[in-house]
Design a protein around this ligand. Sequence first.
Ligand code: HEM
Length: 119
Amino acid sequence: MTAVRYLHELAMAFFVGGQLVLVAAVVPIARGSDQMRPMARRFAYGTLVALGVLVITGSIMASHFHRWSDGTLHAKLALVVLAGVLVGIHIARPANRALDGIIFVISLTIVWLGVALAH
Ligand code: HEM
């Protein structure tokens, strides 16, 4: 189970840590430059892979720890679905800046619920 939790937290680090770096270091400097859109698009595709890893490793942990009937997990899964849909919309409509902020706040909330769930 350590390897599963390791992958879950690594994928979380890419998804949430990547947003933190974009917000703190990349967007303030590269906003409007030619590099901004390809950088954001690469991160978005990496995010879809990370979400896939989170769903697979999260499901293994939810089964192993018998958490499928846990309300905290249900709330977390609802936010994960919402985050996934918004990332998809954001890939289709990259100019919508408000989505960045909404996805960021949802991601931080998912991490909180994950830590609250953890053994
Ligand atoms: C954006 C998506 C997700 C993020 C950022 C995320 C993040 C986290 C974090 C930070 C933890 C705490 C790990 C620890 O302290 O050991 C955690 C635990 C957990 N996550 Fe996720 N998670 C995500 C998606 C999922 C999904 C989709 C599932 C289920 C299908 C899931 C199921 C779990 C379970 C069951 C635990 C608790 C494991 C235990 O009991 O120790 N997670 N998650």
